[in-house]
Design a protein around this ligand. Structure first.
Ligand code: ATP
Ligand code: MG
Ligand code: MG
Ligand code: MG
Length: 586
């Protein structure tokens, strides 16, 4: 049955809600799709629920197509599993915690790795049971510091989360790829522009991770992309481990080489000669005095040179460096370094963040998942200085909590000779290889072919389902209102009865009924005492892709079909209208 505007639970608003900062928030409230209950907590009204269900359908179809199996977990969860993985604490203020009448601790699930892991452990015990991918479309709770922009960042929101379970790396790689491909199909169908960027793993741990960001200025994620190759990364993934610049004189004593195990200039030089031999011009201590040498010292004591630089302005640096080291040597250094160490995203020389002597120093980009205790050792650039020693976990956080220094437009691309530009986006999906982190914490093991117990390796994959509704609107609206892509629209056709005449209303009803019989869904604006002008405005605000106007033309046997997106309108004979609309809807 067609929805009728005369009885639909909908009140469109002429005015923008006072708290709405972004177009999607404004329009979804004004067009009557959602209604605020409390900050970051929204009710879905009938039209909004239809769109939300449509997004769910797209996501469900694509997840089912890769063989993932749907189930559903509760949102109300006991503390213990999250205690075992340390997330009861790690999640901090973002976690909604509560107690039951007996005083036992519960939480409202922000994401469900723990539950899926434990349930697979409950039911499966052999390699023969794997691989398996499971998913749910479920309500999540996060007490976000800044709930924002309506359903774009809610404290209660709908997420599709899936989890893959494999016995070996190759299996995980395959499951990850299958999800990644499914996400490409999902976001293509949802109808907004997006980019796939390298992402950090943050609190989750694990290895490979990518985000699907809808390109939108209102987004809260900043990413960099190369202007000449495919490289794109969330700036969170290319954080600069930058403590506040400290003049060497003022550095705390712990920063200055003093301890017996801190490499000296001599050991830096030895390592340089080992790893980057310069033939008949071996590195000498003098080089490290002219240049700044950055050395990575792993917790097990192994060292690797990370960058050689000259303090000062970047362009000047590059010139001075060229004078001392041939471009080929620099290239070899970079290639050797970056490819040999997967943890290293990019190391390069520039003005910056380490802030040796206040204004000079070295800026380098590292994968933030360096082990606690990893040290960056920097040879100072003046005679008589020793070595600066920064310890991850002591002088700055070891895992992703480092204040990000901006990666600037114009910075070199780590993957080619190009340059980076920066842009903003909305995180719509996130795929990542968790590895064995959760399986280890919760002891998920299965027997392999040889009867040996092996730890299962996992991936986790999220799509922001409710966020997608807002995101689609961000990418699909104009001054008059929303423009839904067909697949998501709350109806196929918006039939406007424009006129007081009973015949107009009867014809509108008949057309809607005929369309519905042919499988289309319709909204009929049958309101009495509402002017055609208001009805047109509302139809544009609501954003159904095809608008069928039954009005004055009816007397001469014609109705009007209007395309919401292009604004194109054409008159067709009443008798042919259903066929015309069907052809349009496709
Ligand atoms: P964000 O960086 O935007 O805070 P996240 O990285 O914390 O997101 P994930 O834990 O990766 O989010 O969750 C998977 C997906 O859930 C995200 O890609 C996003 O689409 C969606 N999502 C996360 N937080 C929210 C929220 N507060 N409101 C709506 N959707 C959200
Ligand atoms: Mg978040
Ligand atoms: Mg994120
Ligand atoms: Mg994420």
């Amino acid at each position: 049955m067609a929805l009728h505007m005369s009885s639909l639970f909908l009140r469109t608003l002429r005015e923008d809600p006072a708290d709405a900062e972004v177009p999607s928030h404004r329009l979804l409230v004004r067009a009557g799709y959602v209604r605020r209950v409390s900050p970051g907590i929204y009710a879905w009204l009938p039209l909004g629920l239809r769109v939300l269900r449509n997004v769910e359908r797209v996501v469900r179809e694509e997840m089912d197509a890769i063989g993932a199996q749907e189930l559903i977990f509760p949102a109300l969860l006991p503390r213990e599993p999250y205690e075992a993985t340390n997330r009861w604490t790690e999640y901090g203020d973002n976690l909604f915690r509560l107690k039951d009448r007996k005083g036992a601790d519960y939480l409202l699930g922000p994401t469900h790795e723990e539950l899926f892991t434990l349930t697979v452990k409950d039911l499966f015990s052999s390699y023969k049971d794997l691989p398996v991918s499971l998913y749910q479309i479920q309500t999540k709770y996060r007490d976000e510091a800044r709930p924002r922009a309506g359903v774009l960042r809610g404290r209660e929101f709908v997420m599709k989360d899936s989890y893959s379970f494999d016995i070996h790396e190759a299996g995980l790689e395959k499951s990850y790829q299958a999800h990644r491909d499914a996400y490409v199909r999902i976001f293509d169908r949802l109808g907004f522009d997006y980019v796939i960027v390298q992402a950090m793993s943050g609190a989750m741990g694990g290895s490979r991770s990518e985000e699907f960001l809808a390109t939108a200025e209102v987004g809260e994620d900043t990413y960099v992309r190369c202007t000449s190759c495919e490289y794109a990364a969330n700036v969170e993934a290319v954080r600069v481990p930058a403590p506040a610049p400290v003049p060497l004189e003022d550095a705390p004593a712990a920063h200055v080489e003093d301890t017996p195990d801190t490499p000296t200039i001599e050991t830096l030089v030895d390592d340089l000669n080992d790893r980057f031999p310069r033939g008949d011009r071996p590195w000498t201590a003098a080089d490290t005095l002219k240049n700044v040498v950055v050395m990575l010292v792993h917790p097990d004591g192994t060292r690797e040179p990370l960058a050689i630089g000259v303090p000062g302005d970047r362009e000047v640096d590059e010139k001075r460096l060229e004078a001392q080291v041939s471009p080929a040597e620099v290239a070899a250094f970079e290639a050797a370094d970056f490819q040999a160490h997967p943890g290293l995203v990019k190391g390069y020389i520039g003005p910056g963040a380490l802030g040796l002597e206040g204004t000079t120093g070295i800026r380098y980009l590292l994968d933030p998942r360096v082990a606690e205790g990893t040290r960056w050792v920097t040879g100072a650039n003046e005679p008589g200085r020793h070595v600066v020693d920064l310890v991850a976990g002591r002088d700055f956080a070891a895992d992703g909590t480092i204040e990000a220094a901006e990666v600037r437009a114009g910075d070199p691309c780590p993957a080619c000779d190009g340059v980076l530009e920066s842009a903003r986006g909305i995180e719509m999906g996130h795929v990542f290889q968790l590895g064995t982190k959760y399986a280890e914490a919760l002891d998920l093991k299965v027997l392999d072919q040889n009867g040996k117990l092996v730890t299962v390796t996992m991936g986790s994959y999220g799509v922001g389902v409710s966020r997608a509704v807002a995101c689609v609107v961000e990418g699909n609206h104009d001054g008059a209102g929303i423009i839904w892509p067909r697949e998501l629209a709350p109806a196929d056709v918006h039939v406007v009865a424009a006129g007081k005449d009973e015949q107009v209303l009867a014809a509108a009803e008949q057309l809607a009924a005929d369309l519905e019989v042919r499988g289309l869904t319709c909204i009929v604006d049958d309101r009495k005492g509402v002017s055609p002008g208001v009805k047109f405005k509302d139809s544009e605000l609501v954003g159904v892709p095809t608008i069928l106007v039954v009005g004055k033309g009816l007397a001469s046997g014609v109705v009007e079909i209007k395309d919401r997106r292009t604004g194109e309108r054409r008159e067709v004979p009443v008798e042919g209208a259903v066929a015309e609309v069907l052809a349009e809807v496709g």
